[in-house]
Design a protein around this ligand. Structure first.
Ligand code: AP5
Ligand code: MG
Length: 200
């Protein structure tokens, strides 16, 4: 099963993907985390990526595709995965469809989280005081939100037209949001309960 999490910065994609990965056994694939790791390891892509991340700009599609293809090709993704932060624009969504179709698969479910912009900004600035992500400054958060609206939000309609979209309110405690996601998944596909690591 391939599940995509969509939603603006700070809405809780990473938090919810981690919870769902723990309960479903599906691997959590976060392009943001892969890029942050690449920067920390001073790899050959780190300069370009570090600059894009700290400016709140998207990393070039070609680089994104290389990283995603490498990650999805790992054996733990054979049974599916939970995608966090990818796809992020139309060309990435089309690339993913094609990549999956070549392997007889498709995006099974898209969970779109949402919350008021003021809440998103509060959460990210709170995180800035706890963790040190180069992109959690007010200015960069604004850039990331604007990029989300212009490039990523159109994917909500893209997946709605496919009939795979579930919209979930991201407000409340992480546990409340997780419960909503679980309910929505149960209604839609019969759930991916603990230990339910179905192929596909
Ligand atoms: P990425 O890492 O994907 O960041 P993002 O989309 O900006 O989102 P965040 O990770 O900030 O937020 P989140 O929704 O995961 O929320 P979280 O659970 O952390 O991307 C970073 C950068 O990498 C991009 O800007 C781009 O440069 C590059 N990149 C990545 N993917 C790319 C792609 N496909 N193409 C091109 N470039 C790409 O929660 C946020 C905070 O709120 C946390 O502190 C958390 O503890 C807290 N929180 C979570 N849930 C709740 C809750 N319910 N109530 C209160 N607080 C909560
Ligand atoms: Mg995240």
């Amino acid at each position: 099963m391939v599940i995509v999490f969509l939603g603006p910065p700070g809405v809780g994609k990473g938090t919810q993907c981690r919870l769902l990965a723990a309960s479903s056994g599906l691997p959590h694939v976060s392009t943001g985390e892969l890029f942050r790791k690449a920067v920390a390891q001073a790899s050959d892509i780190s300069q370009h990526v570090a600059a894009r991340l700290s400016a709140g700009q998207l990393v070039d599609d070609r680089l994104v595709f290389d990283v995603v293809e490498w990650r999805l090709g790992q054996s733990d993704c054979r049974k599916g995965c939970i995608l966090d932060g990818f796809p992020r624009n139309l060309s990435q969504a089309e690339w993913l469809d094609q990549w999956l179709a070549q392997r007889g698969r498709n995006v099974d479910l898209v969970i779109a989280l949402n919350a008021a912009e003021s809440e998103l900004v509060d959460r990210l600035l709170r995180r800035a005081s706890q963790e040190h992500r180069s992109d959690d400054t007010l200015e960069t958060v604004r850039t990331r939100l604007a990029l989300y609206r212009s490039h990523t939000e159109p994917l909500v309609d893209y997946y709605r037209r496919r009939g795979v979209l579930v919209e979930v309110d991201g407000l409340g405690t992480p546990e409340e949001v997780a419960r909503r996601i679980r309910q929505a998944m149960d209604q839609r596909i019969g759930g991916t309960g603990p230990g339910d690591n179905r192929e596909g």
